[in-house]
Design a protein around this ligand. Structure first.
Ligand SMILES: Cc1cc2nc3c(=O)[nH]c(=O)nc-3n(C[C@H](O)[C@H](O)[C@H](O)COP(=O)(O)OP(=O)(O)OC[C@H]3O[C@@H](n4cnc5c(N)ncnc54)[C@H](O)[C@@H]3O)c2cc1C
Length: 402
């Protein structure tokens, strides 16, 4: 049975959506007061950061990307990325969950909001602060998000999908999922659609555990996902367009924000360590202060990269989907951003560790950066850099510089 997007009897009375500036200030406070104090426990137990997400819901943060006319804050990409960076500075896994949620919401906002069904979904999302998860990965296709084995199958009541996903973050804590699948049973593997699947219409069967090196609080095991729904739950635009115009750029920009937040946390610990050393020997500059200065350059460069591309996205998005977001030049910028940020983050955390020394290596020290280090090692794997680099190489064969 399809799930109605309107469950107003369960909906709390929604406060007016905050503006982008207010929301960022609230998320910064949540990062410092709720996420950071629990980050060690979230990591150690590999548990979902539920206190942080309760606070984000209360702040209205889960509808940040929803347009004002549907009850959200109407934030653009630049504002969303700042939110992800701010939260990740307190807890990397929390920042990544917020980023993945914003990416799903943007796919609906930018490609489905005109349909009455999806207008209702966005309204409900704002009222109830729904958390959306992503099901692009699939057994048998690896990390190639533009290929599906499963298909949308017609049933007597509507449609169904049966997908064996390798990884679904916070699946058991989400209110709905966006699932990619072949358009129908005869479609080619790249002829995909993306389908909105509320929890009430899903059956989840865990097929793998989640005991990773880092990003433990994202809670991302494998699941067999079975969905029964209605055709109007299919986003009315081919997934090829949703992916190129929204999912890929928003992933690379918002993930870069997350990795910057985690790196900034490590650099802040290095700064605090150097300041403490300086207080011990007044009148002298500790030798590692020079290394701190060097790593701060790299952190600023990393931040400036996604900030400028997020602003460019917001400008190009106003031109409509046929504009600059559909060009090879833009796709190359996105690939380059992903590779640059995912390589910079582990380097920055490593350099922060060299500044701090053994106090950064010890898990029981207030300068510890082990969690940050393990978290950012996921960056190059989350859509493998090798896969992205080989696509970039192909595009460069046909692309002429602007
Ligand atoms: C923290 C985290 C959270 C995640 N959350 C989700 C989620 O919520 N939903 C979801 O669907 N997925 C999720 N994923 C999965 C993610 O999106 C990718 O699908 C997954 O990380 C890729 O897995 P893979 O390395 O096996 O795949 P592949 O991309 O197939 O890579 C396998 C190997 O092949 C290499 N390779 C691939 N292509 C090429 C090429 N062209 N040339 C050379 N080598 C190549 C890679 O470098 C790698 O060594 C998550 C992953 C992480 C780390």
């Amino acid at each position: 049975m399809a799930h109605s997007p309107q469950r107003r009897n369960e909906a709390p009375v929604a406060a007016p959506a905050p503006d982008a500036e207010t929301l960022l200030a609230r998320i910064r406070a949540i990062a410092a007061e709720v996420a950071a104090p629990r980050a060690v426990d979230v990591d150690a137990r590999g548990r979902f950061p539920e206190e942080t997400f309760a606070a984000l819901r209360e702040a209205g943060a889960l509808s940040a990307a929803v347009p004002v006319e549907h009850g959200g804050a109407g934030c653009g990409m630049a504002a969303l990325a700042e939110q992800c960076a701010a939260l990740a500075q307190g807890c990397g896994a929390s920042g990544m969950v917020l980023a993945m949620h914003h990416i799903q919401v943007l796919c609906l906002v930018r490609h489905a909001g005109a349909s009455p069904y999806f207008a209702g979904v966005l309204r409900e999302l704002s009222e109830r602060q729904l958390l959306l998860a992503s099901v692009t990965s699939e057994v048998g296709v690896g990390g190639d998000t533009r290929t599906s084995r499963c298909a949308v199958v017609p049933t007597a009541d509507g449609i169904s999908i049966d997908k064996d996903a390798t990884t679904i973050s916070y699946a058991e804590h989400s209110d709905a999922m966006l699932i990619t699948a072949r358009r129908d049973v005869d479609a080619a593997s790249s002829d995909q659609v993306i389908v909105y699947a509320p929890r009430g219409a899903l059956r989840l069967e865990k097929t793998a555990n989640w005991d990773p090196m880092g990003m433990r609080g994202t809670c991302s095991p494998g699941f067999r996902v079975r969905f029964d729904g209605r055709p109007e739950q299919i986003v009315p635009v081919p997934y090829a367009d949703v992916s190129a115009l929204t999912m890929v750029p928003s992933s690379h920009i918002l993930w870069s924000g997350v990795w910057t937040g985690i790196s900034a946390d490590a650099v802040a610990r290095a700064s605090a360590f150097v300041r403490a050393e300086a207080r011990r020997t007044p009148g002298t500059v500790p030798p590692m202060a020079a290394r701190l200065a060097e790593v701060s350059v790299e952190l600023q460069t990393m931040r400036n990269h996604w900030q400028s591309l997020a602003r460019e996205f917001d400008r190009l998005a106003l031109q409509g989907d046929g504009g600059g977001l559909a060009t090879i030049g833009w796709a190359l910028k996105m690939n380059n951003l992903k590779i640059a940020s995912s390589e910079a983050a582990p380097r920055i955390v490593h350099r922060a560790l060299q500044v701090i020394g053994i106090q950064g290596y010890r898990n029981d020290s207030r300068y510890a950066v082990g969690r940050q280090y393990r978290d950012v090692l996921s960056a190059s794997l989350m859509v493998a850099n090798e896969r992205i680099a080989s696509k970039t190489a192909t595009m460069l064969l046909v692309h002429k510089d602007d």
